[in-house]
Each structure stands twice: as structure tokens, then as C-alpha cells.
Design a protein around this ligand. Structure first.
Ligand SMILES: NC(=O)c1ccc[n+]([C@@H]2O[C@H](COP(=O)([O-])OP(=O)(O)OC[C@H]3O[C@@H](n4cnc5c(N)ncnc54)[C@H](OP(=O)(O)O)[C@@H]3O)[C@@H](O)[C@H]2O)c1
Length: 319
């Protein structure tokens, strides 16, 4: 089968389209003919090989050589212990941990997959798993979103932000989105009530306060974020600078103790809320924002686009 392979850490130039062996599913796995896959920040980290990702995937060179976690496709073979799926089922899910999505075929365990609604395209399905779960788990599980709140999403024009605004609108909250100028028009068209260009304005210093902040960048000090929260406000980070995340982990409980403000961190629960995403999609309440689709041999170009932060929504590859 064809796959995008890398044998050393580096820029998207190290990604090569190659002929490799088709994977064979174990007894508890299915073999999926992949039709679409999307790029996540984690794929970029694994490609570039920062320290954390090297600890996970090999210090000197990558052990797992095919990246790509968010896949959508059709089941082509089934291990003998698989109960939930049948041949021909159209499925999608987040395979991070095993990866292997930038390929014509991939294997997955049944708990990593959900059935894809008929009306959802493979490209839409591949856009959902990781960013959709982070948006839901950030807003619901950690953020306890409810009507009448003022919500701010920092890094709002990418994968998580474009799902988060659609979900938050179901609660009747007033949503402000922060991103670079090239994304603000798209964000307004998606329903953001207010948009802020972070190159022009610092939302932590503009005198406004928010009941809930969902942050995908976490590039400011925790005291800056606390200042931007209203009394009883909740700040939820899904990711960003490692130093800032450590700060949130260590200082967050203190801030919660001495003020009426909460600092919380999302630990992704992969695929937990795919059934809920299916419900929202079928009710016409969410629609993934797709940048692309690119073709499999364009994955290096798609990674460059993603790495420059030039994408809007999710960068998707059709296989
Ligand atoms: N918690 C977990 O368990 C877990 C698991 C997996 C991933 N993650 C995290 O989840 C996040 C993924 O988010 P995503 O998919 O939405 O990423 P994304 O698609 O890359 O979106 C990020 C957006 O932030 C914008 N941005 C860049 N610098 C900014 C700044 N200083 N202020 C405001 N916005 C800025 C980017 O646009 P411009 O570049 O044009 O500015 C981009 O539109 C990552 O932080 C990742 O580490 C967390």
C-alpha cells in the first residue's frame, strides 16, 4: 500500500510517499481502508521531534514511521474477537498512540472507532475526533458551560476553536474568538459575536472579563489569564507552551484557593464523545470546517500549511 513515511525527525521535507506492507489486524482489531485523515498538532510535534515526542517515539529516530491519527474509512477485514463492527462499516476515530493514518490502510481496536453517520462525508469525519473531543471536554467536562456566560476562545480559528464555537452556541453564550487577522472574517461568519486580532490587542489587558476561557495556545502567564476571568470564572487549557502548562498545573490550585477563579487542564479522553458528535451532526448543529482536502502525495505541503498556522479549521487529506 501507499503511505507517507518518515525515518528521521525534521521539517515536512522528510516525509516521503512510499510503498509499504499493508498492516494485518490482530484478533481484537479491524483493518480499515482509509478514505480521509486530518492533521493534528501532535502529528507536527512527532514530525519535528521535540523532547517530549522523542521520549514517546524514539530519542534518535522515530519508531512509529507513519503519522496520522484522525482517520475515516471503511472496514475491510475483522479480527476474530471483534464484536461491534461488520465488514463494510464506515467508521472514524482517533488512533493517537498507534498512529498510521497517512496510509491507504490502517488497523484499529473497536473502542477507537465509532460508526460514521451516512450523511457525514469521510473528510468531515476525519476532521472531528481529536479537535472535537478537546472542544467538548474543554467546554462541558472542565468548563461546565451554561447559558448566559461570556466565553472567550483563544486560538479560535483552528481545529478546536471552530468546533468549540458551534458547541457553545447551543448554550446561548456570548462568544469572543482570538486569532490572527486572516481568520477573523471566517470566524465572524461562523457565529463568533466578537473577534480579537491577537497581533493588535491583548485580551488579558483590555479591561473585559470572561466567565469561561478555552485556550488552545496557553502562551501567557496564569496570572494574566486569572485577571481576564470574572469572579467565579473558569480558565480551561487544552494545550500550548509546556512551561505555561506546568505553571497552570502548579499554580492553578493556589489561584483557585485564594480567589474565586478556577484554572483547569484538559486531559484528552480519546473518542469518548464521538456518539454525541454524531448526534450533533445529524441534527445539523455542527459542521466541521475543512481546509483542503489535500491528496496523499500532498501531505508534506499540507504539513507546511498547518505548521505556518495558515490553516482555517482542520487540514484534511483525502486518501
Ligand atoms: N490536552 C490534551 O490531552 C491534548 C491532546 C492533544 C492535543 N492537545 C492540544 O490541543 C491543541 C490543538 O488545537 P487546535 O487543533 O485547535 O490547533 P490549531 O488548529 O493549530 O489552531 C490554533 C490556532 O491558534 C492560532 N494562534 C497562534 N498563535 C496564537 C496566539 N498567540 N494567540 C491566539 N491564537 C493563536 C493559530 O493561528 P495563527 O498561527 O494564524 O495565529 C491557529 O488558528 C494544541 O495545543 C495541542 O497541543 C491537547
Amino acid at each position: 500500500m501507499k503511505a507517507i513515511v518518515y525515518t528521521k525527525y525534521g521539517t515536512p521535507d522528510v516525509l516521503e510517499l512510499k510503498e509499504v506492507d499493508k498492516p494485518i489486524p490482530k484478533d481484537n482489531e479491524v483493518l480499515i481502508k482509509v478514505y480521509a485523515v486530518s492533521i493534528n498538532d501532535w502529528d507536527l510535534g512527532l514530525l519535528q521531534g521535540d523532547l517530549i515526542n522523542r521520549l514517546m517515539n524514539g530519542l534518535l529516530k522515530p519508531k512509529i514511521k507513519i503519522l496520522g491519527s484522525d482517520i475515516a474509512g471503511r472496514i475491510e477485514a475483522i479480527g476474530k474477537n471483534v464484536k461491534k463492527f461488520q465488514l463494510g462499516d464506515e467508521v472514524y476515530g482517533d488512533l493517537s498512540g498507534r498512529w498510521g493514518g497517512f496510509a491507504e490502510y490502517s488497523c484499529a481496536r473497536e473502542n477507537e472507532l465509532a460508526l460514521k453517520p451516512v450523511a457525514m462525508s469521510f473528510e468531515e469525519a476525519a476532521a472531528i475526533p481529536q479537535a472535537g473531543m478537546l472542544a467538548i471536554q474543554g467546554l462541558h467536562d472542565k468548563g461546565q458551560i451554561h447559558s448566559g456566560q461570556k466565553l472567550l476562545i483563544n486560538g479560535a480559528g483552528g481545529g478546536v476553536g471552530t468546533f468549540a464555537v458551534q458547541i457553545s452556541k447551543l448554550y446561548g453564550v456570548e462568544v469572543t474568538g482570538v486569532d490572527s487577522s486572516s481568520k477573523l472574517e471566517m470566524m465572524r461568519s461562523m457565529g463568533f459575536d466578537h473577534v480579537i486580532d491577537y497581533t493588535q490587542e491583548d485580551f488579558t489587558k483590555n479591561g473585559h472579563c470572561y466567565d469561561l476561557i478555552l485556550d488552545v495556545k496557553t502562551n501567557r502567564s496564569i496570572s494574566d489569564y486569572a485577571r481576564a476571568l470574572c469572579s467565579n470564572g473558569i480558565y480551561v487549557t487544552v494545550g500550548g507552551s509546556m512551561v505555561r502548562l506546568l505553571q497552570a498545573l502548579i499554580l492553578g490550585p493556589w489561584i483557585s484557593m485564594i480567589s474565586k477563579k478556577n484554572i483547569r487542564i484538559v486531559g484528552l479522553k480519546q473518542n469518548k464523545d464521538l456518539a454525541y458528535m454524531n448526534e450533533l451532526f445529524e441534527a445539523g448543529k455542527i459542521k466541521p470546517v475543512i481546509d483542503g482536502p489535500y491528496k496523499l502525495d500532498e501531505v508534506p505541503k499540507a504539513f507546511r500549511h498547518f505548521g505556518e498556522g495558515a490553516h482555517k479549521g482542520k487540514v484534511v487529506i483525502t486518501v
